[in-house]
Write a protein that binds this ligand. Structure first.
Ligand code: AHN
Ligand code: ZN
Length: 328
C-alpha cells in the first residue's frame, strides 16, 4: 500500500514543485486468491452422475459403486482422500457398512474450514403419497446428491484456484437411515457424522468452523436460519447470510428463523465441538417443513434447479476464499 502513496518531490521552489507519482501497481498479496466463478452446470452434472448409480442405500452395490466414484472424483481434483470405514447398527437392528469420505486440501495447514454433505440416500420413501410405494428407496437427487454435487464443484475449483488455507470436504455416510416414526430417537439419524465426531480422521483435528449442505438443489429454495446453527455458530450464520445478501442471493438466504433440526451438524457441534451451520431448504407451507419431494419417490432430477445450485455454490465458494484471504 505504501508504494502507491509514495510521492517523489522534485525541485524546491513553489512554482517548480512537481509531484511525480509512481505508476500505479495493483497490489495483490501473494497469498490472496480471487473468488472463482461457481459452475452450476458442472455441479448439476455431478448430481446427475450420482443419481445414475441409483439410490445410494447402505449395504447395496449402488452405494459401493457411488463411493468408488466419489473417491475417484475427489482424488482427481487433487484432494488427499481418506476413506473412513465403520459399522453402525440401524434402528432396524441391521448392521450397516458405512464410509465417511474425507477430501483434504492442504492437510498440514493449521487454519482450516470444514464443508460437508451426506452422500447416502434413504432406504425408504416413507413420506410418499402412495402408501404402497413407501418401502422403495429414495433417489435422493436433492436429499443427498445436491450437497455433494455442489461440494465436488468446489473441490474442482480448489484444484484450479489453489489457496493456502486448509479445507476438508467430508461426505458423511448413513445420515438418512433414521427412524421416521413419531417417537423415534434422533440419534438413529446421522450415524456417519456421529462416528466421525467421536473418531476424527486425524488425532486432535481442528477446524475454525463447518458448513453443512443438505437439500440445496430445489426450485425456489428458502434457506432460513436453522436454529441449531444459530445456537452453536451464530457468527457463522450471520457472516454467510450477510455475504449471500450482499451478493444478490437474498431471495434464497432469507432473514427468517427456521426450525431446529437433527442433521449432521448437530453432532459435529455437540460431540466434535466444531461450530457448524446447516444450509438447508426449509420452504414455507409444506406439510413436512421440507420440499414436497422429501422422502418420496419424486426426489429426482426434475426437482433440481441450477439457479439454486449457483446461489449456494457461489456463496460457499466466496465464504471459503474470503476466509482464506482474511476477509471474512
Ligand atoms: C429429520 O428428519 C429428523 N431430520 C432431517 C435431516 C435430514 C433427513 N436431512 C435429509 N434427510
Ligand atoms: Zn433425508
Amino acid at each position: 500500500m505504501l508504494s502507491l502513496l509514495a510521492l517523489t518531490f522534485i525541485g524546491c521552489g513553489e512554482d517548480t514543485a512537481t509531484a511525480v507519482e509512481e505508476p500505479p501497481v495493483e497490489i495483490v498479496p501473494k497469498n490472496k486468491v480471487a473468488v472463482p466463478k461457481f459452475d452450476k452446470d458442472s455441479a448439476y452434472s455431478f448430481i446427475e452422475k450420482q443419481v445414475a448409480f441409483g439410490p445410494r442405500v447402505p449395504n447395496t452395490p449402488e452405494h459401493q459403486a457411488a463411493k468408488a466414484w466419489l473417491v475417484d472424483q475427489l482424488k482427481g481434483f487433487g484432494a488427499a482422500v481418506i476413506e473412513q470405514d465403520f459399522q453402525a447398527e440401524a434402528y432396524t437392528g441391521t448392521m450397516l457398512n458405512g464410509t465417511n469420505i474425507i477430501g483434504q486440501y492442504n492437510p498440514s495447514a493449521k487454519k482450516r474450514v470444514l464443508l460437508a454433505a451426506h452422500w447416502d440416500s434413504r432406504h425408504v420413501t416413507d413420506h410418499d403419497e402412495d402408501e404402497n410405494r413407501r418401502n422403495e428407496p429414495v433417489m435422493g437427487a436433492d436429499d443427498g446428491a445436491s450437497g455433494v454435487g455442489v461440494l465436488l464443484e468446489i473441490a474442482r475449483q480448489l484444484q484450479v484456484n489453489p489457496i493456502e488455507m486448509g479445507v476438508d470436504i467430508i461426505f458423511f455416510d448413513l445420515e438418512d437411515y433414521g427412524d421416521g416414526g413419531a417417537n423415534a430417537k434422533h440419534t438413529t439419524w446421522c450415524l456417519g457424522s456421529q462416528h466421525w465426531s467421536r473418531n476424527f480422521h486425524k488425532p486432535n483435528y481442528k477446524a475454525k468452523y463447518g458448513i453443512l449442505l443438505d437439500m440445496v438443489g430445489g426450485k425456489n429454495a428458502r434457506f432460513a436460519k436453522e436454529q441449531v446453527s444459530v445456537a452453536f455458530a451464530p457468527h457463522v450464520v450471520n457472516k454467510v447470510w450477510k455475504l449471500a445478501q450482499s451478493m444478490g442471493y437474498g431471495n434464497f438466504f432469507v432473514n427468517d428463523n427456521g426450525r431446529q433440526l437433527t442433521d449432521d451438524h448437530l453432532f459435529v457441534n455437540q460431540i466434535a465441538k466444531i461450530p457448524m451451520i446447516d444450509i438447508i431448504n426449509l420452504p414455507l407451507g409444506s406439510e413436512t417443513g421440507f420440499m414436497p419431494h422429501w422422502h418420496t419417490t419424486h426426489d429426482d432430477m426434475e426437482g433440481i434447479d441450477k439457479r439454486t445450485l449457483k446461489a449456494v455454490g457461489q456463496v460457499v465458494l466466496a465464504s471459503v476464499y474470503r476466509e482464506a484471504n482474511g476477509e471474512f
